[in-house]
Design a protein around this ligand. Sequence first.
Ligand SMILES: CC(C)(COP(=O)(O)OP(=O)(O)OC[C@H]1O[C@@H](n2cnc3c(N)ncnc32)[C@H](O)[C@@H]1OP(=O)(O)O)[C@@H](O)C(=O)NCCC(=O)NCCS
Length: 184
Amino acid sequence: MFGPTLTGRLVVLGQPKTEFIPIYLRWFADVQVTQFLPYRHPPSVKMEEEWLENMAKSQEDVVWTILLDERLIGMVGLHQIDWVNRNCAQGIMLGERDTWNAGVGSDALLLTLRYAFLELGMEKVKGYIALPNRASLKMATRCGYREVGVHRREWYRGGAWVDRWIGEVLRDEWIAEFCGGGNQ
Ligand SMILES: CC(C)(COP(=O)(O)OP(=O)(O)OC[C@H]1O[C@@H](n2cnc3c(N)ncnc32)[C@H](O)[C@@H]1OP(=O)(O)O)[C@@H](O)C(=O)NCCC(=O)NCCS
């Protein structure tokens, strides 16, 4: 599924479009952007078109593009949605590096968590972060994630093994912290 338009403090989350594919491909070709992502090889245009089509049809994913002042800067999504056990995983990527470290990722992440808990009825959202990805760890913990473990030597990057941090956000804890205990 593509997510509906959501407006945050800094960003707007909108729908992915095939016309954005050249920009998506540029992001996936940037090794600084993909340094801590599981997928590090740029896809073909056709593969990206198919991915978008699959995402639009999928009942286990909700994806958005991230817009800052109407400029396309990244993507964010909820994935592996388990409707019976009401949990999912979450992923985010800001492809435009000049937007990093200005609170944009946190704003986008909070919008998707709010959507996961208050619209989709999720009980838990999970996040997986390479331990050296300090920006992502800070963003995640600020947005309510709590560490539940670490997978050791999960990824090989730059000639070294990298551990993977596992974080979770629970619905009631997140609502208490970010919605003043209520649902809004
Ligand atoms: C991870 C990512 C989404 C973060 O987005 P962002 O908009 O930069 O995040 P925010 O600005 O909301 O928060 C990042 C925080 O980390 C801090 N930070 C950045 N680098 C840091 C470092 N090396 N050590 C400690 N803190 C660091 C920033 O200063 C900021 O904190 P502050 O607001 O207190 O100043 C973005 O960097 C990105 O997309 N990276 C490439 C893809 C990726 O790694 N995705 C995540 C996969 S799990």
